[in-house]
Design a binder for this molecule. Sequence first.
Ligand SMILES: Cc1cc2nc3c(=O)[nH]c(=O)nc-3n(C[C@H](O)[C@H](O)[C@H](O)COP(=O)(O)OP(=O)(O)OC[C@H]3O[C@@H](n4cnc5c(N)ncnc54)[C@H](O)[C@@H]3O)c2cc1C
Length: 417
Amino acid sequence: MTEKSDLNGSKPIGLRTDVLIVGGGVIGGALGLALAREGLSSIICDPTPVETATAPEFDGRAYAVALASRRMLRALGLWSQIEPDAQEIKDILVSDGRPGEKASGCFLHFDHREIGSEGFGHLVEDRHIRSAVLRAVEKEPLVTYLDGVRVEDWEQTSAWAHAQLSDGERVQARLLVGCDGRASKVAQKAGIDRTTIGYDQVGLVCAVRHEKPHHGVAHEYFLPAGPFAILPLTGNRSSLVWTERADMAETLREASDAVYLAEIRRRFGEFLGQVELDGKRWVYPLNLTVARSFVGPRVALAGDAARGIHPIAGQGMNYGLRDAAALAEVLGDAARLGEDIGSVAVLERYERWRRPDSTAIALATDGINRLFSNDVPVVRAARRFGLWAFGQVGPLRRTAMAFAAGARSDLPRIMLG
Ligand SMILES: Cc1cc2nc3c(=O)[nH]c(=O)nc-3n(C[C@H](O)[C@H](O)[C@H](O)COP(=O)(O)OP(=O)(O)OC[C@H]3O[C@@H](n4cnc5c(N)ncnc54)[C@H](O)[C@@H]3O)c2cc1C
């Protein structure tokens, strides 16, 4: 349990906890809940007030929640709240084309029935996941959520990490975990270098309503500027993730809704009937950034702080949840054995578990994005053939589907169902 500490005899020096989590986004919150299941206390700090973070207009993204992540959300008691707003993904269709042209005939078709009854996963809007996580965090006795509070600075001694918060409070923890996103200050302060590659692309995101039903089909349509994903939401709605060149995106950002919709129609086509915007338009800068190490002295990184990737495969949050699950499992096991949860020996287990997987997804998403975000005729012809050929080979197709569902041999226990 988090407690007020008074270590030097007379002067209270702040709050004491097992783990201080810097960043209360989806990953920081899920980590707090997963640690609580292991009997470990945590304090989560985030400068954004909970009321702001849980408001519908806070974040316009929708996430493809893989089967493994769904199992974790269920184990944390969150899935029953999320499920009414989750749209099952039944099929994924991949094609290649140009704006204003009909998509290539070279469809790659992933059918969820090929990998069993549980399917690939669901599409869920950020607002539903984030509120479910943060509301559960507020109710969890082993988690103290300090919203409106930033971790300003921290240092480590041989046994503790000491942090200074923006409200003047001090926190003492066995371990400090940076869940503070792609520009992680925790990584910087810990001297952990990052490999960062800027993409000259941004993600234009919006939800649309359409006349005809989507039947749970997700479309990944590769255009010269990047992928254009049409992802099914509940009702006759879809989330669009439109990767565009940064200069073009700037023009589109300024464009009226009518012009924006016309550009969507050029890419989207007519197959879902009349289309209209459902809420705000959003813009997300895209890059690839991977921390060279996920741990340091009394420090660990998780989520985008560890590895921020291109959304092309819809895996960033899924990988972040995997970090949270793996870290909680390593720390829980260590605590039961009486080990110091912030020690190098314990943290290295987490590093060995999560880093190889992260490097692989970073390279894969970067490679796919480069291969598909161009209009070079010979590359275009080769990838069309590649898509077609890939779709003809059952085992390859099923391996890709299992990957999308998050099936792996080294999943943390909480993701095994
Ligand atoms: C367009 C787009 C579409 C995507 N689609 C998918 C998808 O379909 N499926 C999927 O799995 N992933 C997807 N992702 C990736 C996913 O959005 C991210 O991986 C995920 O949101 C990362 O969460 P996080 O909690 O690690 O980081 P963040 O959401 O960046 O949270 C970091 C938190 O740290 C806080 N913070 C920062 N500094 C401090 C400090 N000093 N003290 C305290 N708090 C601090 C911030 O306020 C913030 O709340 C997508 C991403 C994009 C851009």
